[in-house]
Design a protein around this ligand. Sequence first.
Ligand SMILES: [Fe+2]
Ligand SMILES: [Fe+2]
Length: 372
Amino acid sequence: MHRLTVFNDAGGGVDAIQRDLGHIFELRIVPLSLLQDTAPGQFQVFDVNLSDGARVDEIKKWLKHRPSGSKVVFAIDKTSRAERIQAYALGATDIVHRPVGGRALLKLLLGDFNSLSLDTSVPPLRFFPATGPVLSAMENAFSSACLGAPIDLDSVHAAGDVLVQCIESQGLGSWIGNVRRHHSRTYQHSLIVTGVAVAFGQNLGFSAQDRENLAFAGILHDIGKARIPLSILEKPGSLDADEMAIMRKHAEYGFDALAPVPGISKDILDMVVHHHEYLDGSGYPHGLKADEISDLVRIITISDIFSALIERRSYRRPMSGEDAYQKLLELGSKLDTELVREFQFAAGLTVASPEWGPPIYSEIVNRSEPRL
Ligand SMILES: [Fe+2]
Ligand SMILES: [Fe+2]
C-alpha cells in the first residue's frame, strides 16, 4: 500500500480523507511542525496556512527533494487567489478546495478511475444490486494496479460469481441496460465485456469454472489501462501512432499487474495479455497465430470487440447489436469464424438490441476505430 502524507494544521477536518482513502493508502496525518522529520513521498497533501512566509520557504525547500512524478496537492480556500498562486508557485501538481473531500482528492491523486459515481445526473451504478460488487471489485483492482499495490483476488472472484448468477437469471440485455446508464468509460467497457463473455460462455455450454474465469478475465482484462495516461485513454477522437503504441502496452501492463498475485490462474493471465491477438497474427502484443490462441482468449477477444462497438464513446454513437455483429463478420479470418457464428446466438442479437435502447447521444460521429 502506498503512503499518503497529509500535512494538516489549518484546522481543516481529515475525516473525509480517512473515510474515503484509508483503505487505499497508508495514511499519515502530520502537523506541519514535523515537516523536516518527514520524507517526501509519492503522494502528499498540504492543508496548511500559506500566509506565513517562513513556513512557505520551508515547504519550498522540502519539496525540492520530492521524487519525480510525485503528486503534491494543496488545499486552498475557493475564494483565495493568493493561496492558489502561492500553491502553484510552491510546485503544486493540483489544488483542491476546502473542505477537502476524500473522493475529490482521490481523483487528483489517481486520475479518473475512481470518479465513477461522482456524476449525480445519472443513478450510481451501485444502486443496482448485481452491479455493485462487480463495480467495487473493479474499482479496487484498478486502484491497486495504479498504485502497484496487491490486487484482492477474492473480491474479484466473489464479484464474478454474482455476475454469473445475474446473467443466468436476468439475461444479458438487463445487465447491459444497467451498465449503460452509467457514464464511465473504462469501467463501463469492462462491465459490458464481462457480461457479454459470461453470456457467451453460458451459451457455449461452458463449465461453471470456465464461466467464472471468463467473468474474472472480463473484469480485469483492461486493468493495464490503469497505467495509461488519461490524456490518451480519454482522448476524444483518434490516437496518433505514438499514442496508439502507448495504448497498446495495456495488455502487457495488465499481465505485469496480475502475474505476481498469488493464486492467479494461467488462463486468466493468458486472457489478459492476449485479448488483442488475432488468429492471422496481426494482433498484439505477441503477434500470436491461430493455434497459439486459446478458446478462452478467442471468446474474450470477440466479446471485447463487440462490447466496444455497442458502447457510447465520445467520438461516435453506440452501434446497434446487429451492426456490431456485422463488424465482427467483417474481421473475417482475424477471429474464429465458428465462434463468431455462435456468438450471434449468445448475444441474442435478434431480440436483444431493442432492449439495449436506441443511441441516446447524438452529437457524435464515427471518426475512428473502436478503442478496446
Ligand atoms: Fe484491451
Ligand atoms: Fe477491452
